[in-house]
Design a protein around this ligand. Structure first.
Ligand SMILES: NC(=O)c1ccc[n+]([C@@H]2O[C@H](COP(=O)([O-])OP(=O)(O)OC[C@H]3O[C@@H](n4cnc5c(N)ncnc54)[C@H](O)[C@@H]3O)[C@@H](O)[C@H]2O)c1
Length: 447
């Protein structure tokens, strides 16, 4: 078993650290955020991630998982040091390496000879070499430390499951021995392990995320064409997805992709390509189509209500997807800003993301304790996150509580005929409105 330090105890670092501890390793999660570490030391998990609280509690109790803010205490004598800090979008669209840079500088004097540095964060191509250089410069001689890229593919909302059951593990390094030591951590997993060079491993992560975002933007483009031509994108996606060469995943039309990864990673890849003389025109279109998808939902609502000024709109869902409280670059948040900008009055409900959304949207939105409370007296509902709770609501009761009848389903969560039969003026994304259906007459060619 290895002694592991994970630098950065956020969505990735905490779940990866807890999973490694559960596999029997001795793990310290190190973070500069004192409030976060304080909460963790006191048994509170500061993010919502299914299964994580139990995992953290079990491994903290066993003594295999600890938390610290102190580099001097947490780093020495560790065999493997993972960097899992944030790499947000910088001013020009690039991935900012400020936190990676800080972490590498702080790690440098404290690493014990023989330790392997592992980048878990999603980092621009070449960052492994950069980390190696920074550590060398801030150590002032002595042995060098091998760097391994080991990007993470877990999804928020199923992070623990995804980490423990990956489709593949990617490991990149110039040092075969270091790569083997990292590969050994995953030896109990039944999945392919790709061992390659640093830069290729870093690129696999960006290319994977960019491809998934491209699939969603692609189906959203098809959805717009379906609307113009009276075809149903849901059936089109099903028909496409049954082709083994295409597959069904990431073909849900709607208000597009968001979250803490796809937006920043697609932008960063586009930026990397541009500054290095490539012409990443597809990535630019993927970003542009995603922007349009959010605006299209607002336009549909505006058209259905005949204007937004003074209208009471209930936003159902604030997190960027279900089963997480992460609102970073969530379509719901941008849509809320757009609606507020057009003079709508907003009330919003999310099963778990209210606190994080409040920190972003502030007092401009009234947050409610239930979906029904949000709907009460509203002219319209904008459904922005496909939580199961919104699938299973008593929609007749929701309609009865409302002042109006408009429901814009930004995630195509519901059966149009059923919602129209209930009495909703139901609008969704890219689905043909059957002739004569209740509410169908209000759909414009674009909506
Ligand atoms: N969130 C995901 O689902 C996901 C999935 C795969 C990959 N990633 C990548 O993993 C990385 C981390 O993402 P995240 O969502 O966990 O971010 P996060 O913002 O939730 O967590 C990052 C943590 O790093 C800490 N930190 C920053 N600088 C530090 C320093 N110098 N020393 C110690 N701690 C420091 C922050 O306080 C924070 O707690 C990013 O590169 C992201 O792209 C994220």
């Amino acid at each position: 078993m290895s002694a592991i330090c994970i630098v950065g105890a956020g969505y990735v670092g905490l779940s990866v650290g807890a999973c490694f501890a559960d596999l029997g390793h001795d793990v310290t999660c190190l973070d500069v955020d004192e409030a976060k570490v304080d909460a963790l030391c006191n048994g509170r998990v500061p993010i919502y991630e299914p299964g994580l609280e139990t995992l953290v509690a079990r491994n903290a109790a066993s003594g295999r998982l600890r938390f610290s803010t102190d580099y001097a205490a947490a780093v020495p004598e560790r065999d493997l040091v993972f960097i899992a800090v944030d790499t947000p979008t910088g001013a020009a669209g690039e991935a900012s390496l400020a936190s990676v840079d800080d972490a590498a500088k702080a790690l440098a004097p404290r690493l014990t000879p023989g330790a392997v540095l592992v980048t878990k964060s999603t980092v621009p191509i070449g960052t492994g070499d950069l980390v190696s250089r920074i550590v060398g410069e801030h150590r002032g001689g002595g042995p060098s430390f091998p760097v391994v890229a080991n990007p993470e593919f877990q999804r928020e909302g199923s992070a623990v499951h995804d980490f423990l059951h990956p489709d593949r593990v990617v490991i990149g390094s110039a040092d075969a021995g270091a790569a083997a030591r990292v590969a050994d951590l995953y030896r109990s997993f039944d999945c392919p392990v790709i061992v390659t060079d640093l830069r290729t491993a870093e690129m696999i992560k960006y290319a994977s995320n960019a491809f998934l975002a491209t699939r969603i933007s692609f189906i959203n483009e098809i959805a717009a064409i379906c609307e113009a031509l009276d075809a149903d994108v849901e059936v089109v996606a099903r028909g496409m997805g049954l082709d083994a060469r295409v597959g069904p995943a990431y073909l849900n039309a709607g208000i597009g992709w968001g979250g803490s990864c796809f937006p920043k990673d697609v932008r960063a890849l586009e930026h990397m390509g541009s500054v290095h003389g490539a012409h990443p025109q597809l990535l630019r279109a993927v970003i542009e189509i995603n922007r349009d998808a959010r605006r299209l939902a607002v336009r549909k609502l505006r058209d259905a209500l005949g204007g937004l000024r003074g209208r009471e709109v209930a936003v159902f869902g604030l997190s960027f997807k279900p089963n997480t409280d992460d609102v970073r670059d969530a379509p719901a948040i941008e849509i809320a800003h757009l609606l507020l900008g057009e003079g709508a009055a907003l009330r919003a409900y999310d099963p778990v993301a209210t606190a994080k959304a409040r920190a972003v949207l502030g007092a401009s939105v009234r947050f409610t304790a239930s979906a029904l409370d949000a709907a009460a007296g509203a002219d319209a509902i904008m459904l922005t996150t496909e939580w199961n709770e919104f699938r299973d609501l008593d929609w007749a009761a929701v309609l009865a509580a409302m002042r109006g009848t408009v429901l814009v389903d930004g995630r195509n969560l519901h059966d149009p005929a059923r919602m129209r039969n209930l009495g909703f003026h139901y609008v969704s994304m890219g689905r043909a409105a059957p002739a004569g259906a209740v509410g169908a007459g209000a759909l414009t060619p674009a909506g």
